[in-house]
Design a protein around this ligand. Structure first.
Ligand code: S3P
Length: 186
């Protein structure tokens, strides 16, 4: 694995962008990936929260989803343009055309695929997702997934993140990233 990491550190020329549904582990896995690659890690939700001085839930409540999406788009575009990093995007970032184009043209994108039951389990004790405020969280997630799956599927790399744990996911992701970068460099 050391050779693989060394290769990636030397040859990765684009930022790595993680996409996927809430609860897919983008922040957790992204942070670990960044530290392996010795790159800075960013999370678009955090960037938006820091700029706004309040939480994502408060932004949805006070200003509405459209304003949040506009701020999210700025955060993603600016981070991708700055390059040299790992970025975890919010689950809905791919809905925006310009964001998708920037990810496609200027980043290596990875879809962390998680089934609905596992996502729900991971977010069980968590109520900071404004879109999940409803009685039937499973249906909400299913509906969102149906709409978003075609966009997530445009990612360069797809990684299944089952219940097997973050280290396993990270290992598969690093191997897939290595294969992707190697293909581009031969
Ligand atoms: C959202 C996902 C959240 C956050 C916001 C909206 C979505 O980010 O951006 O609550 O539309 O799926 P995570 O995917 O990091 O939970």
């Amino acid at each position: 694995m050391k050779d693989v990491i060394d290769f990636l550190r030397a040859n990765l020329q684009k930022p790595v962008v993680l996409v996927g549904m809430m609860g897919s582990g983008k922040t957790h896995v992204g942070g670990k990936l960044a530290s392996k690659l010795e790159l800075p890690f960013f999370d678009s939700d955090k960037i938006v929260e820091e700029k706004a001085g309040c939480s994502v839930s408060e932004i949805f409540e006070k200003f509405g989803e459209d304003k949040f999406r506009a701020a999210e788009k700025r955060a993603v575009l600016e981070t991708i343009l700055a390059g040299g990093c790992v970025l975890a995007t919010g689950g809905g970032a791919v809905l925006d055309d310009e964001t998708r184009s920037a990810i496609r043209d200027s980043a290596i994108s990875i879809w962390l695929k998680t089934d609905i039951a596992e996502s729900l389990r991971r977010m069980e004790k968590n109520d900071d997702r404004p879109l999940l405020k409803g009685d039937d969280r499973e249906k909400i997630l299913r509906d969102l997934m149906e709409k978003r799956a075609p966009y997530y599927a445009q990612a360069d790399i797809q990684i299944e993140t089952g219940a097997s744990g973050v280290e396993k996911t990270l290992e598969s992701l690093i191997k897939a990233l290595y294969a992707h970068v190697r293909m581009g460099s031969v």
